[in-house]
Design a protein around this ligand. Structure first.
Ligand code: GTP
Ligand code: MG
Length: 164
């Protein structure tokens, strides 16, 4: 498969164990989702996956802070059926990267509570997704595309039109 490294913004996925980070990573890369427990930080071509424990255990959180410097976008994930949020109010202001929210497992229940938690944490943009059916994946994928790539693609299209 062709690498999306130059097309997509480098994105760090953060959230509790089992929220759906690895599944989302696989779906965004066009792979068939297969359950694999994330054991350590996994740096792919543009997606940086983290183990949920790094967000849950205070002493491991520093790894997330360091990897956020590698990323252009930090995505905070909460599942639609979560009973609580790991992310304190306004915590996005401590991250000096663009922070977006993602509500996973919207096939299970209404995403409105998780969405409001993410907004309370400072996410201006929140995506509602379901990795099983693929709902919301294309919208998220196009948001994470580099705008410079879009410009280049549009230029190439208009150049092609000029040639014909
Ligand atoms: N129904 C539903 N299940 C999902 C969705 N996303 C993930 N799952 C399931 O949730 C379980 C955990 O998903 P993972 O992607 O491994 O979760 P994770 O956040 O990577 O977990 P850690 O690696 O432990 O941090 C798997 O059984 C997935 O199939 C979704 O959108 N809808
Ligand atoms: Mg994982």
């Amino acid at each position: 498969m062709q690498s999306d490294k130059n097309i997509m913004k480098k994105t760090l996925l953060v959230g509790r164990h089992g929220v759906g980070k690895t599944t989302l990573k696989q779906v965004l890369r066009g792979e068939k989702p297969v359950y694999v427990k994330t054991q350590s930080m996994e740096y792919g071509d543009w997606l940086i996956d983290s183990p949920g424990e790094y967000a849950e255990v205070h002493g491991l959180g520093a790894a997330l802070a360091i990897y956020s410097y590698e990323a252009e976008v930090v995505a905070m994930l909460i599942s639609a059926d979560d009973d609580y949020s790991l992310f304190p109010p306004n915590c996005a202001s401590m991250i000096n990267r663009e922070v977006i929210g993602i509500v996973t497992k919207t096939d299970r229940c209404s995403p409105s509570r998780a969405e409001s938690w993410l907004k309370l944490s400072g996410c201006k943009k929140v995506f509602l997704i379901d990795s099983v059916s693929g709902k919301g994946i294309e919208e998220l994928r196009s948001y994470l595309r580099k705008s410079s790539y879009d410009k280049l693609e549009n230029n190439m299209k208009s150049n092609t039109r000029l040639v014909h």
